[in-house]
Design a protein around this ligand. Structure first.
Ligand code: G6P
Length: 367
């Protein structure tokens, strides 16, 4: 079956634009909206007995896992280990009975992730997978299959699979929290309501596309770019830096905003754009004070926040990107959009092969 780019110049852009629809599709599979319940196919699993979750993945899927670590620990109060699949087996992880191992993969075929899955199986873990290809090897080898319904992803740099992974993982975190007796009916209802708001918020985020395109030249001239974020925005910063590297070939690094002063601040000068991801919320002031440390050293900041955040801290920035104001639970999904669009437009400005970047493969089936 041939898949077309439709009216879009690249598959990547098409896939970025599909996110409101495919996230809605994915959520539909895991939420009972009218009852205000999360509904994952976990009936045959004793989630209440889960003592530890081990998350393993590669690339963008790993960053979705890193966001999930915050959610699982915050909502379900279950400790989470997370590893790159290529590191997992070789560090001789301690896998105790009652452990749940969660593998995240768009393709369901990535060699390192699959090898890690089999290692966890030998270690007696219950195997859950979040995959986008329901016929994939990982899907077949799982105890608990949680499919993302993103549809085929053609662009080598993952976009819509990432936000769909986040949607499933948020629902899973709530499901685990409920099983652990950590969620009241009211809290569950609220979570379902906030998640249901994600598709419209993603659509609103896409409305900033042209403005991001207009600021892309500011980043396209840079040799190095820094991304900063705190809490769940730290994995998003990592994802932003990865996207930019993958498709524009600009060197980019991400740091937890508070860690910047322990090294990367030495890199700051006016030639290094610093992308700060900071939705307004409990961590906003802390991130802004790190941002001001950058500005005090002549660093030029592109601030991604909502209207309130931009009003409070946007004045001295090189540029700002205004996102809709959303509940913190869905902010990682919504803020993925500007991060993807920025990388996309910078790559287009540089004239690189966006859908087929050099040296990269969509699915890496060698170790
Ligand atoms: C490759 C792709 C990335 C992807 C990673 C993991 O490196 O270029 O976009 O995130 O593999 O792939 P998976 O299919 O396991 O999610």
């Amino acid at each position: 079956l041939a898949i077309s780019k439709g009216n879009h110049r690249h598959f990547m852009l098409k896939e970025i634009y599909e996110q409101p629809v495919v996230v809605a599709q994915t959520l539909r599979a895991y939420l009972r909206r009218l009852d205000g319940e999360v509904a994952l196919p976990t009936e045959n699993f004793d989630l209440a007995a889960v003592k530890r979750v081990t998350i393993v993945a590669c690339g963008t899927s790993y960053y979705a896992g890193l966001v999930a670590k915050y959610w699982f620990e915050q909502f379900a109060r279950v400790p989470v280990d997370i590893d790159f699949a290529s590191e997992f087996r070789y560090r001789e992880p301690v896998l105790e009975p009652g452990g749940l191992a969660l593998f995240i993969s768009q393709s369901g075929e990535t060699a390192d992730t699959l090898a890690a899955l089999r290692h966890a199986r030998l270690g007696g873990q219950t195997i859950a997978v979040v995959v986008n290809v329901p016929t994939s090897t990982m899907a077949r080898e799982a105890d608990l299959l949680l499919s993302t319904h993103a549809g085929p992803e053609i662009g080598v740099a993952s976009t819509k699979a990432f936000t769909c992974q986040l949607a499933v993982l948020a629902a899973f975190a709530a499901n685990l929290a409920r099983a652990k007796g950590r969620l009241t009916r009211d809290e569950e209802r609220r979570i379902v309501r906030h998640l249901s708001e994600a598709p419209a918020a993603l659509a609103a985020a896409l409305a900033y596309d042209e403005a991001i395109e207009a600021m892309a030249p500011l980043v396209a001239v840079a040799r190095d770019v820094l991304y900063l974020g705190r809490g769940v925005d730290y994995p998003l910063a990592l994802e932003g830096a990865l996207k930019l590297k993958e498709i524009s070939y600009i060197h980019a690094e991400a740091y937890a905003a508070g860690e910047m002063k322990h090294g990367p601040i030495a890199l700051i000068d006016d030639s290094v754009p610093v992308i700060v991801i900071a939705p307004s919320g409990p961590l906003f002031d802390k991130t802004v004070s790190n941002m001001q440390e950058v500005q005090a050293r002549g660093g030029r900041v592109i601030l991604i926040s909502d209207y309130d955040g931009i009003q409070a801290a946007g004045d001295d920035c090189l540029a700002t990107i205004t996102m809709p104001k959303v509940h913190p639970l869905i902010a990682p999904l919504v803020y993925a959009v500007p991060v993807q669009l920025l990388a996309y437009h910078v790559a287009v400005a540089k004239g690189t092969d966006v859908d087929q970047p050099r040296n990269l493969a969509k699915s890496v089936t060698v170790e």
